[in-house]
Design a protein around this ligand. Structure first.
Ligand code: CA
Length: 428
């Protein structure tokens, strides 16, 4: 009797001693696990794990972040972001808005008057207002473009780390890790009018939340990337086209290779992820090898992803389609090899299975294990049965079979796990 009381008492004491919130695990020296997608190829991806103590930084504002990034140097470094950092700030940390960048007489009303297609025609904008736009844009770029060098890890601290208004650019660099960070609203103050894009003309914006260009061995994990605060759908229409403010959430171009994107959330955006920027970029052949797994694409209009040239393994992703403007999810373009396994799509009633895939000059798509609103479907068969006729049929032979991957869950399990675990602030 007495012994049992002591045992119960000890057990209760043990419960009381468990802290309400366990100390968050230090993730800053984590490296990409073996076989976890294309970024694990060869030497794998270790980011700044080899940094000495002098190159481990905790930063709380743009100035500190810029100092830590060190102009994109290759010195191994770990950068921990604490709280919210706004890239649109001056050296004193004061917020800069678009009017602060505008220079040389630039004004949107004047720009629209100068290049109105009814009077200007379809030539590329040039002259005073376009020069002023470029000068203004350069002032913004100087603040928000942040180069990330080789051997760098950037992580958010805790569950509230936010980088706002920035474009992280990994340019001709190797071995980079970005994790546990909410990247918001890479907002372009000065979009350019391109009269000859897509037949109707379009507004072109300059910034991706993250841009990989000539980048190799990159692991992006548990990030959230969105337009939060400035949805393009709320922007006006000029020259009959939406005045877009954002380009990609994570674009992978210009010979980038060996990239793993996992457990991330891409949301509330038009063009989410472009892998390969042009049909004529034949230098991308044999490169652009990317693995996307356990990501959530939510309220994304298109490019989830759109692929040229690359061997891209797309498995265990969760797609939540709810945009009125929805165009497609998987974009099959020139010489692309998308190997899609066990992805789950949830869509509103008016979206059909055939809408999920779009091809421009693509020839193949491998897919198995797809769920559409809870039902198994064959994307390829349905695409081939229902495509518009101007697009050719796709074969199932993409010419490669993925070998670098960890456990592949069923689409049903992945759908549930990704809903619970993808995005910043959710590293277990
Ligand atoms: Ca881009």
């Amino acid at each position: 009797m007495r012994l049992r009381q002591i045992t119960v008492f000890t057990a209760l004491l043990g419960l009381l001693c468990v802290p309400a919130h366990a100390e968050a695990r230090d993730i800053s020296r984590d490296t990409l696990p073996a076989n976890d997608g294309w970024a694990s190829e060869g030497a794998g991806t270790t980011g700044g794990a080899a940094a000495d103590d002098a190159h481990v930084y905790t930063v709380t504002d743009r100035a500190g972040l810029v100092r830590a990034l060190d102009g994109g140097s290759a010195t191994p470094k770990i950068i921990k972001i604490a709280g919210t950092i706004d890239a649109n700030t001056d050296d004193d940390g004061d917020h800069l808005d678009c009017a602060d960048y505008a220079t040389d007489g630039y004004g949107l009303k004047k720009y629209l008057a100068a290049y109105d297609p009814r009077t200007w025609g379809s030539a590329k904008p040039s002259g005073e207002q376009e020069d002023a736009r470029q000068a203004s844009a350069a002032k913004q770029a100087e603040r928000i473009v942040l180069p990330v060098g080789s051997n760098t890890t950037i992580v958010g601290l805790g569950d509230k780390a936010v980088l706002k208004g920035a474009s992280l650019q990994v340019k001709n660099a190797d071995n980079v890790i970005v994790r546990n960070l909410d990247l918001r609203d890479a907002y372009d103050c000065f979009p350019v009018w391109q009269p000859n894009t897509g037949g109707l003309g379009d507004w072109k914006t300059a910034y991706d939340n993250i841009w990989l260009t000539g980048a190799t061995h990159v692991w992006v994990d548990h990030i959230t990337a969105s337009d939060k605060g400035h949805p393009d759908a709320a922007e006006p229409t000029y020259f009959a086209r939406n005045y877009l403010r954002h380009d990609g959430l994570l674009d992978i171009t210009n010979g980038s290779d060996l990239v793993t994107v996992s457990w991330s959330r891409f949301a509330d955006h038009d063009k989410a992820m472009l892998i390969g920027s042009g049909d004529s970029a034949t230098g991308d052949r044999g490169k652009l090898r990317v693995t996307l797994h356990h990501n959530q694409f939510e309220s994304v209009v298109q490019r989830a992803p759109r692929v040229r040239f690359g061997q891209v393994h797309v498995y265990d992703n969760r797609y939540v389609v709810d945009s009125d403007d929805y165009r497609y999810s998987l974009g099959v373009s020139t010489e692309s090899g998308i190997y899609a396994e066990n992805n789950a799509f949830t869509t509103p009633g008016e979206i059909e299975v055939a809408d999920l895939v779009k091809s421009w000059n693509g020839t193949a798509l491998h897919q198995t294990g797809t769920l559409f609103n809870g039902f198994p479907v064959d994307l390829l068969a349905i695409y081939n049965a229902y495509n518009s006729g101007s697009e050719r049929d796709l074969t199932a032979d993409v010419g490669w079979t993925p070998t670098l991957h960890t456990k592949i869950d069923s689409a049903e399990v992945a759908d549930r796990e990704v809903a619970r675990g993808a995005g910043a602030g959710r590293i277990p």
